[in-house]
Design a protein around this ligand. Structure first.
Ligand code: NA7
Length: 540
């Protein structure tokens, strides 16, 4: 545009990309401070992760009373969860309810994918373009694109030659899949595989599981919620949520002991240690790793937990050779701990077999099956439970350009650089909800989403009140933050395996630890920054 002509008004204050929990709450929060916003969503409905991940057994590994929005007292009182861990359909019903309850649908354009978002230095406005051919000018862009939304399909030779149907767990057909009478290959043994394999095995003639790295799983012990317990929680919900925000992971505040009061796994005798693990195992769920204060810091302490899980696998799986192959020898919790219902016991079924592809990778996919070490395992369908290009994948797939046309992909070529996981230097007025460098996937995502949305909302309200045009992370604040995130991660055992936290599951992706461990310190830092008039950000 000619710099002497006046800049056209933006079409809208905010463009928000994605209509999962983050996008919906951001829309509601923006409207609450009088800003106009439009959400662009690739799916035909709201829900994000929970819209796409419809594989059998898909369920959240954070309890439903905690994996729910806490910002509205009436919402949290009215909604009735039915089970300890919510299923994907129940979470989707909840998100639909949220969209309707807060009249959000008229702000969302569905079935539309954002292709690009470019910042114009002259007008300090963003132009977002979509595959529907629309260009939208806005003051702000908020990426609510999710941490696990860009599917990772491995580049296995012959992948397109297979004659039967193939599925990725993260893009499951909405009408469901009937595996009755079918021989099914499942590639991958992460959380999605662990949830789906027991159910697929109940239906299919045969399931062949291709395992590259065995995963640790602890039992969910899922059950219907007790109405009396729910009533008690609801009476105390505000304090309950506050307790959750005080935990490293953003949930379990009501049951957790202060880490300072927990012993080291190496301080107690063998019998006490075993009893404490048994108690956590019986209670079920991710809090297993909270049994001792050093499980994610000391390799020796961690190995006691790892050996406990291995002993459980040996107890459950009848064939000792299969039990051995299912037993990980890595740090437990280094890759995200899985929460299962009957996963290991499924390998006692006659119609389930396990193929170890750690030493001998899959050679190729043929017309009729999966070939490993020269032998073809004949199947009728293939399920890719192969995960996601996590945390940066969804952003990389959009052509995002900041000041001077700098592509975000180029800026992040050696790994993501952010300040607080909220902003990137050179990309004014662009926000990433639960972006790399924030606790995100190491926490209850809803707690992190609410904290980010509320922080962004308060900043936008402040900018609107005093006529500030742009906010941008400072280069030195960003550099210090990235160094801090790395330093915190290095205190932990998260570096000890090839996890998606490090980008190690995607060939060629830089290996950088992306999330920041520890929600309370992070939240305190964000609050301090805001109180110091957004220290580390330039408001112009
Ligand atoms: P994950 O946890 O990333 O699991 C993907 C699995 O797929 C994992 O076992 C991978 O093995 C395996 N994989 C990936 N590529 C291949 C190839 N080429 N050959 C064999 N096996 C392969 O994804 P999920 O969807 O299960 O879970 C993602 C998160 O969603 C989860 O952590 C929860 O937070 C919810 P690898 O371990 O890389 O050797």
């Amino acid at each position: 545009m000619n710099s002497s002509s006046p800049a056209p008004d933006p079409d809208v204050d905010l463009v928000i990309v994605g209509a999962g929990f983050a996008g919906l709450y951001m829309l509601h929060a923006a409207r609450g401070i009088g800003l106009s916003a439009r959400v662009i969503e690739a799916g035909s409905g709201v829900g994000g992760t929970w819209y796409w991940n419809r594989y059998p057994g898909a369920r959240c590994d954070v309890p439903s009373m905690e994996y729910s929005l806490g910002f509205d007292e009436d919402l949290q009182r009215d909604w009735e969860w039915t089970e300890r861990y919510p299923t994907q359909p129940e979470i989707l019903r909840y998100i639909d309810h949220v969209a309707d309850r807060f009249d959000l649908r008229d702000g969302i354009t569905f079935d539309t994918r954002v292709q690009a978002a470019h910042f114009d230095d002259a007008t300090a406005a963003w132009t977002t373009t979509t595959d529907g051919g629309e260009s939208i000018r806005s003051r702000f862009v908020v990426m609510a694109t999710g941490c696990l939304s860009a599917a990772n399909l491995p580049q296995i030779a012959g992948r397109d030659d297979f004659a039967g149907p193939t599925y990725h767990t993260g893009h499951w057909p909405h009408e469901g899949v009937d595996f009755t009478g079918k021989r099914v290959a499942v590639i991958g043994t992460g959380s999605s595989a662990i949830q789906s394999i027991p159910l697929i095995a109940e239906q299919a003639t045969h399931v062949t599981v291709f395992q590259r790295t065995p995963a640790y799983a602890v039992p969910a012990h899922n059950k219907p919620l007790d109405p009396d317990e729910v009533a008690r929680i609801k009476d105390d919900y505000v304090d309950w949520r506050a307790a959750a925000r005080d935990t490293t992971t953003g949930f379990g505040g009501h049951i957790r002991t202060d880490p300072e009061e927990l012993p080291s796994a190496l301080e107690v005798d063998d019998e006490t240690r075993r009893r404490m693990y048994e108690e956590r195992w019986e209670a079920g769920g991710l809090t297993f790793l909270g049994a001792f204060n050093d499980l994610l810091f000391s390799p020796e302490a961690n190995d006691t937990a790892a050996e406990f899980v291995r002993s459980k696998i040996r107890d459950i799986v009848e064939d000792p050779e299969v039990a051995e192959r299912l037993s990980p020898d890595t740090v437990v919790g280094c890759k995200r701990l899985c929460v299962d219902t009957g996963y290991y016991a499924t390998f006692n079924r006659d119609n389930v077999s396990l193929v170890d592809v750690s030493a001998t990778p899959i050679d190729r996919i043929t017309r009729t099956g999966v070939e490993v070490d020269g032998a073809v395992h004949e199947v009728d369908a293939i399920v890719f439970a192969t995960g996601f290009d996590a945390m940066t994948g969804a952003l990389d797939r959009i052509d995002i350009r900041g000041r001077g046309g700098l592509p975000l992909k180029e800026k992040w070529s050696a790994g993501p650089l952010t300040y607080l996981g909220l902003q990137v230097h050179g990309f004014p007025n662009l926000f990433t909800i639960t972006g790399p460098g924030s606790p995100s996937v190491l926490t209850n995502m809803i707690v992190s989403i609410e904290q980010h949305v509320e922080w962004i909302r308060d900043l936008l309200a402040r900018m609107d009140a005093d006529g500030t045009g742009t906010v941008e992370a400072d280069a030195d604040a960003e550099a210090e933050w990235v160094a801090y995130v790395n330093a915190v991660a290095e205190l932990t055992l998260f570096h000890g395996c090839s996890s998606w936290y490090l980008g190690a599951n995607v060939p060629g992706k830089p290996r950088v630890f992306m999330p920041l461990p520890g929600f309370p310190d992070y939240k305190a830092k964000c609050d301090e920054v805001a109180a110091a008039d957004y220290e580390g950000f330039s408001l112009a």
